[in-house]
Ligand binder design. Structure first.
Ligand code: HEM
Length: 321
């Protein structure tokens, strides 16, 4: 089998560069996750996720990040395959060198991290892109359009179901329709259409109020189902329904098996990063015998901070702290 020829060192350099980018991402991701531990009913974490989900710079970054993750996996696979092709006949004596064992370990830990990412994306990121159903939230302020408020007031004042408001208003207006100019009738019909469109939204807001589905600061309506999300996306497209990642993460880590799976993933991540950090420096030529110890120590500190920082979230949430 022939693979396109790129010098092995170029591939290693690319792996190191994208790896370095991922090392920075992990630091950022771990730090942001610590907001989940705040007992503020998700005010900080939801604000953070809202920023991440709406800012266009972040959106571009996200595409770059996913591309980089894919590139990192493809390049490492490519390195493994080309190395194997370069030596189709295995060594007679099994290699026992330290480098060989570590790079073999890197392939295995890399594969396990990939498996973790598949699970992780199904729990979070796929919810955001709408491939997997989850729990959602929306800013109350964005739903309180003039139509929604009118419908709710009308139903309260007249003691009727919200679902019946649009037809009641329509009947009333029909009585005056023959006294109006054609352009006024056209305007009235357009208003009616927008009112009808807002009826399910008004019903949704009314239910959220009566069942008190609010965050502590009353900014967000929480516990929105996938079906309601679809309805809001269609009837109130500008309101921007978002996944409720604070709630989802907390729910997830009430499950002991999930906590264990995540902790196991962090142990594997620890093993992967422990080697990845100094290796990236070495490939990029940033190491030097004078700084090797410093790089080792820095790598060790980085890896411990990342893995412990990730691990405290499931542990403390599970313990209810
Ligand atoms: C306690 C552990 C973790 C929690 C609670 C957590 C939570 C989340 C959440 C809520 C998202 C979606 C954020 C958004 O798109 O706005 C996300 C995305 C992501 N996570 Fe994690 N995560 C954890 C650990 C990890 C680890 C260990 C890795 C890597 C090995 C990782 C890699 C990613 C990636 C690549 C994305 C998609 C990129 C993005 O949109 O930010 N996560 N995570």
């Amino acid at each position: 089998m022939e693979l396109p020829k790129i010098h092995s060192i170029t591939k290693k350099l690319l792996v190191a560069l994208v790896g370095a980018f991922l090392l920075l991402f992990l630091l950022f991701h771990m730090t942001a996750n610590l907001f989940i531990l705040r007992h503020d009913d998700g005010a900080w974490y939801s604000a953070f996720c809202h920023f991440m989900g709406t800012n266009w710079v972040v959106k571009v970054f996200e595409i770059v990040l996913l591309g980089v993750v894919a590139l990192h996996i493809l390049l490492t696979l490519w390195l493994v395959v080309t190395n194997r092709l370069a030596r189709p006949v295995r060594y007679h004596q099994p290699q026992r060198s330290k480098t060989h064992t570590t790079s073999k370990l890197m392939a295995w830990t890399g594969a396990l991290i990939f498996a973790f990412l598949v699970m992780h994306f199904c729990q979070f990121w796929f919810v955001k892109v709408g491939v997997v159903k989850g729990e959602y939230m929306v800013e109350m302020e964005k739903l309180q359009t003039e139509e929604v408020v009118t419908i709710m007031q009308y139903s309260r004042q007249n003691g009727m179901e919200i679902a019946d408001v649009a037809s009641a208003v329509e009947n009333q207006l029909a009585m005056y329709a023959d006294q109006l100019a054609p352009e006024q009738v056209a305007e009235m019909e357009a208003n009616m259409q927008s009112l009808k469109n807002s009826v399910p939204v008004a019903e949704f807001v009314d239910k959220a109020i009566s069942e008190n589905h609010f965050s502590a600061d009353h900014k967000w309506i929480r516990h929105i189902s996938y079906e309601d999300r679809q309805m809001l996306k269609e009837k109130a497209p500008r309101c921007g329904v978002e996944p409720d990642f604070y709630y989802e993460a907390r729910e997830l880590f009430h499950n002991g098996i999930m906590v264990l799976l995540y902790l196991a993933a962090f142990v594997v991540l620890f093993m992967h990063l422990r080697h990845a950090f100094p290796s990236a420096f070495q490939t990029l030529g940033l190491n030097n015998y004078k700084y090797n110890t410093a790089i080792e120590v820095l790598g060790s500190i980085y890896t411990w901070i990342i893995c412990l920082g990730f691990a405290v979230v499931p542990i403390l949430v599970y313990l209810g702290l």
